[in-house]
Design a binder for this molecule. Structure first.
Ligand code: NDP
Length: 467
């Protein structure tokens, strides 16, 4: 993956004096957290019109309160590797906002994890969870632990050491973590096992659990499926479908895999996938058999995407060069793009390349994969652009459904959960369209998602007083 020079985090458009002062304060109080500044800036820009129309939110300092985590937990995670050496990692949980329900959001295990990245993710999560209409507050957590190259027992020991501290801060009515980058079904299993042992309780404290011990059908698929459902909804506004559309997908983890699966169901052609080392371009398209190879490669053998070209000669592998100023994955002819790897993987130049190549639908499976400069390009071009907090909300929505099933101690069928997920994605789409129009920017899904997410949390905070 390219290491981006931050292209243009400052906006082309002039900031209102309120947003300018607010951002200066956020930057001064949270130095060296560029991703957090980026996420906050995007929301502040969108909701500045709401604050103008509703001075009561401003005098109650709603936005100023939203950028301060309600609680921030940072802890030491010591563990012993297979050679008997002691390793020390850093663990975090950001309990950002509980106005709408227990804190809810994933855990990320990746060497790039730091406070600023988790704060941006927790902040985004608050608005995303609000959009789902389910009763969930926002949080996020994780560690700078790198799962790559670790044995299964090392992963287990790390998860147990991580939970040995986290358990005292979470609970089914307090804070309910889930997976994210580097945390899938295997890690949730080890984390849950340790929680259960320490608390002597079998509760729905984590989501993304195994099917035979409280997990929900469709949870693994939900984020990818949801991002595709959202793209399909956007296309219906132009009387089009995904049938026959050429799609670029990045990443090859949980979100990317199920994005490809749903795109195949709907008759689209997917031509790219990637990991942090490089990407494959398969002009003939990644079909069901090729996707099965990827599932086995990534979920069982935990190999690299480059191996795809050894098996399928129609594909070309291109390694990412460190320090490159653009990502070549986004420079192919296509109709739709589904960034599903990580933050800031599309910069302004990549966005220009996408537009030049005919892409007119972007549905973000990853969180904040597009820089502010890239977002401005999409908005100016007037394409169907869905920000992650709307497009990838299907994952947490289905986690919310898993929590409901756990509380009721029953399990819904695959089709029941899928229907509910589809319904939620449609409603999020409607909210975005309606809010964008109501506040004067029809078709702008960024404003629609930010305003729709903000209003519900803001009203709950007003009702609950200054806490
Ligand atoms: P996985 O760990 O399953 O997969 C992540 C994929 O992205 C891998 O292919 C990985 O490559 C690649 N990747 C990760 N970090 C980087 C990096 N710094 N540079 C380049 N490539 C990278 O994670 P998920 O699929 O769960 O998550 C992907 C994105 O979707 C994240 O932004 C996450 O926050 C977001 N998301 C996930 C949800 C979920 O339900 N899982 C819900 C909503 C959003 P490699 O294997 O080489 O590291």
């Amino acid at each position: 993956m390219t290491a981006y020079v931050e292209d243009d985090i400052s906006p082309k458009t002039k900031m209102s004096p309120y947003v300018e002062d607010f951002m200066a304060d956020v930057k001064a109080k949270n130095p060296a957290e560029p991703e957090f500044h980026q996420a906050v800036f995007e929301v502040a820009e969108s909701v500045s019109i709401v604050l103008e129309r509703h001075p009561e939110y401003r005098s109650a300092k709603i936005l100023e309160r939203m950028v301060e985590p309600e609680r921030l937990i940072m802890f030491r995670v010591p563990w012993v590797d297979d050679r008997g050496e002691v390793r020390v990692n850093r663990g975090f949980r950001i309990e950002m906002n509980s106005a709408l329900g227990p804190y809810k959001g994933g855990l990320r295990f990746h060497p790039s994890v730091n406070l600023g990245i988790l704060k941006f993710l927790a902040f985004e999560q608050v608005f995303k969870n609000s959009l789902t209409t389910l009763p969930m507050g926002g949080g996020k957590g994780g560690s700078d632990f790198d799962p790559k190259g670790k044995s299964n027992t090392e992963i287990m020991r790390f998860c147990q050491a991580f939970m040995a501290e986290l358990f005292r801060h979470i609970g089914p009515d307090t804070d309910v973590p889930a997976g994210d980058i580097g945390v899938g079904g295997r890690e949730i299993g080890y984390l849950f096992g340790m929680y259960k042992k320490l608390r002597n309780e079998f509760t729905g404290v984590l989501t993304g659990k195994g099917l035979n011990w409280g997990g929900s059908l469709i949870r693994p698929e939900a984020t990818g499926y949801g991002a595709v459902y959202f793209a399909a909804e956007m296309l219906t506004t132009r009387s089009q479908t995904l049938e026959g559309k050429v799609c670029l997908v990045s990443g090859s983890g949980n979100v990317a895999q199920y994005t490809v699966e749903k795109l195949l169901h709907l008759g689209a052609r997917v031509v790219t996938l990637s990991d942090s080392n490089g990407y494959i371009y398969d002009e003939e398209g990644i079909d069901r058999a090729k996707l099965d190879f990827i599932l086995e490669l990534k979920n069982v053998r935990r190999g690299r995407i480059a191996e795809y070209t050894e098996k399928f000669k129609s594909a070309v592998y291109t390694p990412f060069s460190p320090g490159a100023e653009h990502n070549p994955l986004w420079d192919h002819k296509a109709d739709c793009a589904f960034p599903s790897a990580t933050q800031n993987e599309i910069n302004a130049r990549d966005a220009k390349n996408l537009l030049k190549n005919g892409v007119f639908v972007v549905s973000e499976g990853a969180n904040m994969p597009t820089t502010i400069g890239g977002v401005n390009q999409f908005l100016e071009a007037g394409i169907l652009y869905a920000p992650g907090k709307a497009a990838n909300a299907g994952g947490v929505a289905t986690s919310g459904l898993e929590m409901s099933q756990n509380s009721m101690r029953l399990a819904w069928s695959r089709s029941e959960v899928d229907q509910k997920l589809h319904g939620i994605m449609k409603r999020i789409h409607e909210t975005c369209v309606e809010m964008a129009a109501r506040f004067g920017t029809p078709g702008n899904y960024v404003n629609g998602a930010n305003i729709g997410g903000f209003l519900k949390v803001a009203d709950a905070m007003m009702d609950q007083g200054v806490v």
